[in-house]
Write a protein that binds this ligand. Structure first.
Ligand SMILES: C[S@@+](CC[C@H](N)C(=O)[O-])C[C@H]1O[C@@H](n2cnc3c(N)ncnc32)[C@H](O)[C@@H]1O
Length: 206
């Protein structure tokens, strides 16, 4: 099943099946490394059902903005329900392909920061998505990419399980999309979690 069909069929169950016991740590670490300031506007690329939103709203405060982009109407339906339930007036989502969106899709306002969790390895052309992120980022904007690879060291025994989880989610475990950021930022901060399976890479893009 293509990832497009998988996210259409599974959106209603995504929050239950997404393994938050394992993967929530990556969101928390990513938002922390992003070093958001009150009042910032932050873009969530491939936001899915909005599992990052609570972390981001806390970080940018009442004067900040969170904008999620995702191509899946079904994932965004769940995200919109979450926004309504939580009464977040500062959070909005846009249905658009991450490889094609422009500043106009974000209301013409550049963003201070961008986060992508577990999405860049699903997006077919991550380099194109990276180019779109850079095009809407303010100078010296912060970016954090949180994604997956095979576990390392002693945790390598769990590699088949990690590979299966990624395949089921339509993710390419060998994509290592944080390298796009590492080549564009003069310095990056990194965190390696869950036996190296989760990589958190953040940097300032000049
Ligand atoms: C594994 S989910 C991650 C969702 C969310 N970031 C999270 O951490 O829970 C991957 C998401 O990427 C989205 N996606 C895949 N390809 C995309 C593309 N080309 N443009 C926009 N979104 C895309 C899917 O619709 C899905 O919501």
């Amino acid at each position: 099943m293509s990832d497009r069909r998988a996210y259409a069929a599974g959106a209603a169950y995504y929050d239950l099946l997404s393994g938050e016991l394992v993967y929530r740590a990556g969101r928390a670490a990513g938002v922390k490394l992003l070093d958001l300031q009150p009042g910032d506007t932050v873009l969530d690329v491939g936001c899915g059902t909005g599992l990052n939103f609570a972390h981001l709203v806390d970080a940018v405060g009442a004067t900040g903005r969170v904008v999620g982009v995702d191509r899946s109407p079904d994932m965004l339906r769940v995200a919109r329900r979450r926004i309504a339930r939580r009464g977040w007036e500062s959070v909005s989502v846009v249905q658009v392909d991450a490889t094609e969106f422009t500043l106009a899709d974000l209301g013409g306002r550049r963003v201070d920061a961008a986060l992508s969790t577990y999405a860049m390895s699903v997006i077919d052309d991550a380099a194109a998505a990276w180019a779109r992120i850079r095009a809407v980022l303010k100078p010296n904007g912060r970016v954090c990419i949180v994604d997956m690879q095979e576990p390392t060291g002693a945790a390598r025994v769990l590699a088949p399980l990690a590979r299966l989880a990624c395949t089921m989610g339509g993710s390419d475990i060998d994509a290592h999309p944080w390298n796009l950021l590492a080549t564009a930022a003069p310095a990056v901060q990194t965190r390696s979690l869950r036996g190296g399976h989760i990589q958190v890479v953040a940097g300032t893009v000049t």
